[in-house]
Every structure is written in C-alpha cells, then in structure tokens.
Write a protein that binds this ligand. Structure first.
Ligand code: 6PG
Length: 487
C-alpha cells in the first residue's frame, strides 16, 4: 500500500500543501529532517496535530520515506532555496530508482534549476522546478503552480499538481506546464517582480490620497473597494482595503503604526538582474526594488527630510477630480509593468529556446497567486489574438486604454512632482511610455560620445542597420575601432 506522493519540509508551506493534497484524495508521505536541538519532533507534531486522522504518513527516516512512495516516485521538496535543495538531492539520489521525479516547490533561482534538471537527468531521474504562489492560504486551498523542467515528468505529476491548484473564475486549474529547464522558476521570479511593482503602485496611490487629498484610512479603503469592482479588481487591491480598515487591540488603525521600512527576500532583485542580463527594460520593477531599499534607510531619510525640503509646497487636491487621475496613474503604470514583465519573458524564451506560451502564463496567474486579477484575462486574449502584438501595449485593446488613461496619469505625476511627493513608479512608467512612444531618442548623442572617447562605433541613419562606423573626432584619434557589442 504505497502512497501517491512524498513531501519533504514541514514548514507552513509544506504542511499546507500536504494537507491540500490529502484533501483531494491523495495519500501522502511526509518527511522532515531531524537535527537534535534544532529541528526535533516536527513530523510527530504534524502527524498528531493538523494531520491527525488523515491519509498522511509521517517519516523521520529518509530511506523508509522514499520506500513508502509508489513508483515512479514523486517527491516534492519544500525546503529553503539555495544549498539546502542541493544537499537534499544528494541525500535522495542513492535512494531513488530510474524515472523517479523530484519536484522543487521553493523560490529557487532558475539557474540553479537549470543545473539541477541536467544533474537529475544525468542520473536517470526527472526534475521539476515549480513556482508555487499564493502564500500559506494558497498552499492550503489552491495555489498558482508554475512547473517546468523534465517534460516527461508532466503527465505523471499533472493530476496531483492540477488538483491542488486554484481554479480560475472559468474553472480552469491555475497550473500548466511552463517549459523546459528552469523556465518554471523564471516565470515565478517574474511573477514576484510584478508583485513588487503592483505593491509599490498601490502604495503610491495610497500616498497621494493620504498626503495630497487628506483622506482618512476609511475613505481610502472605500476608494480601493470601489476600484476592486472594476478593471483593477485584484487580490492586492482587496487586501489593501482590509489593511486600511484594520484596527489593533487598542482601537487604532494598525497601518499608521507600521514602520515604513520594507523588507525583501530577493526575487524582485533577481528579476531586475536577469532583465539586465537579457538587455531588457524592466524599470518599473527596478524602481519598486530600489524604493524598498531607500525605504529601509529610514534614519538617513529622517535627517535628509529636515535638511533638503524643510518646507513642502502646499498642494491640496480636490476629491472628485483627482480620484480618477490616481486611478489612471495606477492602471496605466500597472499595464506598463506587465508589458515590461511579459517582454522579459518573451526575450528569455527566445534566448533560451523555451517556447513559452505567454497567454498560458497569464491564465495561470488568474487565480491562487498574489498578483491574481481580472485583467490577466485581457492580457491572455491579447497574446492569443491572430495578430500577435509586438509589444503588449500595442495590442489594440491596451493601446486604446493607454490613450484614455494618459491625460489623468500625466496630470497626476506632474501634480505630485510639484507637491514634492514621491511617485517613483508612476513616473518611471510614464517615462518608459514616453520613450517607447518616441521614434527618435537622444541615443545618437550617447553613441557619438562612446565613439569619441572609446572608438565604440555607431550606426548611421543613412545606411542599413548593422554597419558600424568610427569617426576620427579630434583629428588625432586614429582609425582603430573597438569591437561593437549590442545587448
Ligand atoms: C508568492 C510570494 C512569495 C514571496 C513573498 C515574499 O507568490 O506567494 O511571491 O513567494 O516570497 O511574497 O517576498 P518578499 O519578501 O521578497 O517581499
């Protein structure tokens, strides 16, 4: 009587995934390492606690755990990303049989997953690197799951993973095969980057309403609540409403007592690093990451505030007129952020030969995950259109949306700048939009400067692309060119 799947790592995500699997009719073996004095009794506590009376079987011996699972074995690892995954794999390898499947459900770096797929396959095993989004709640009741890696593993793991995934409003499971190698974790990384962007944008909307419109927490909650009925309907807008209304035990709004210093675990940063490696603009997410870093420099900001802008310009915005403009800034900037994120996915797909289906990625983010929202349907439709857009903002629907939103968006950014109120993500998005919509940019001067000081060469407007020229700018620079590289 072997079990259907094994799960290693009983922190909250692992426990909840195991309970979720069991509730869908799967028999699950669970294992957690035992380190005397550090991690003891984890398995026993789970089996005698939340797992009591359920089809969950606990093991403290790794060999016995592996042997309890039906072949080909499916083993989901929910351990900390990084070296713990490698260490666990080394312990598992001698215990596995050919064709067994390891699934890494943590927030692993996609390059680690690339390497692990090759390693596992070289030993006759299969490896799935799967993004899992939705936090504790999603793990228990339905997550968004982004599996990639050894494609032969997909038919084996599909029934289990799709059964524990969230269902989109149309009933489809938010779990679909992403592609080879580390593509599942790459997609999860971009999901997290977009999550950073969405959070920063919502925070800026809050900040304008609070500081320039002097709205109370309840009034702001009502605005977000209203937006959650329309095109911005999403999980993050919904929880923002709840957060703004939440009072602590002493009856005060908790939001006003939370220190404005944001943390980060690294997936936003990875998104930006990888976009840079691929030569792709991802400015909105970069801004969101850097704003978290600047927010964490609280002490510096406190001293700078009194020295750099001792007296703020006094600006008060009228309620009825400005809520619409904040909406425009938020929605348009969000569109820019998703357009940038999906363009990075497309570039990664082309560069690494992953053949990602962007419509399918948009669909699997519609439920379960942190960035779930109604407008992912519009994104999926745009990528599925017969005329695939060259860029998301050039899809006819979004092109029209941007034109409608632009007047309010730019008015809001201009007003915030005059009021000396930071809206870095709204303005980064607006600048990207202006650059994107400029057939000419001043990069001709940048190229001339590069060539002047370093003979880096330039292309000309009056010759075909791909021909590079060097000018002897000073008359004594000579004709030697350095190699030109385009990224
Ligand atoms: C999810 C989240 C999750 C992420 C946390 C923390 O999809 O469920 O993206 O995976 O790790 O939200 O991220 P930061 O600490 O970097 O904000």
């Amino acid at each position: 009587n072997k079990t259907h799947i094994g799960l290693i790592g009983l922190a909250v995500m692992g426990e909840n995934l195991a309970l979720n699997m069991e509730s869908k009719g799967w028999n699950v073996s669970v294992y957690n390492r035992t380190v005397p004095g550090v991690e003891e009794g984890v398995v026993e506590r789970f089996i005698n606690g939340r797992a009591k009376g359920k089809n969950l079987h606990g093991f403290t011996d790794l060999k016995a755990f592996v042997e309890s699972i039906a072949a080909p074995r499916k083993i989901m690892m929910m351990v900390r990303a990084g070296s713990p995954v490698d260490e666990l794999m080394e312990q598992l390898f001698p215990l596995l049989s050919p064709g067994d499947i390891l699934i890494d459900g943590g927030n692993s770096n996609y390059e680690d997953t690339n390497r692990r797929v090759v390693l596992a396959e070289s030993k006759g095993f299969l490896f799935v690197g799967s993004g899992v989004s939705g936090g504790e709640e999603g793990a228990l009741n339905g997550a968004s799951i982004m599996p990639g890696g050894s494609v032969k593993a997909w038919p084996e793991v599909k029934p289990i993973l799709q059964s524990i995934a969230a269902k989109a409003p149309d009933g489809t499971p938010c779990c679909e095969w992403v592609g080879p190698a580390g593509s599942g974790h790459f997609v999860k990384m971009i999901h997290n980057g977009i999550e950073y962007g969405d959070m920063q944008l919502i925070a800026e909307a809050y900040w304008v309403m609070k500081n320039l419109m002097n709205l109370s927490n309840d009034e702001m909650a009502n605005v977000f609540d209203g937006w959650n009925e329309g095109k911005l309907r999403s999980y993050l807008i919904e929880i923002t409403t709840n957060i703004l209304r939440h009072k602590d035990k002493s009856g005060d709004y908790l939001i006003d007592k939370i220190l404005d210093a944001a943390g980060q675990k690294g997936t936003g940063k990875w998104s930006v690093i990888n976009a840079m490696e691929l030569g792709m603009p991802l400015g909105l997410i970069a801004t969101a990451v850097f704003e978290r870093s600047l927010s964490a420099q609280k002490g510096l900001r406190v001293s700078a505030a009194s020295q750099l802008i001792p007296q703020h310009a006094s600006v008060t915005l009228d309620k009825n007129e400005w809520i619409d403009r904040i909406f425009s800034a938020l929605y348009a900037s969000k569109l820019v952020s998703y357009a940038q994120g999906f363009a990075v996915l497309q570039r990664a797909s082309d560069t690494f030969g992953w053949q990602l289906n962007l419509a399918s990625v948009a669909r699997l983010w519609r439920g379960g995950c942190i960035i779930r929202s109604v407008f992912l349907n519009d994104i999926a439709d745009a990528f599925e259109a017969a005329d695939k857009p060259e860029h998301l903002l050039l899809a006819p629907y979004f092109c029209k949306e941007m034109q409608t939103l632009l007047p309010g968006w730019k008015a809001l950014v201009a007003q915030a700048m005059t009021a000396e109120l930071p809206v870095p993500a709204f303005s980064s998005a607006l600048n990207y939009f202006y650059s994107l919509a400029s057939s000419d940019l001043p990069a001709n001067l940048v190229q001339a400067q590069r060539d002047y000081f370093g003979a880096h060469t330039f292309e000309r407007k009056d010759t075909a692309r791909g021909q590079f020229f060097h000018e002897n700018w000073t008359g004594h620079g000579g004709d030697t060119q350095s190699a030109h590289t385009m990224c």
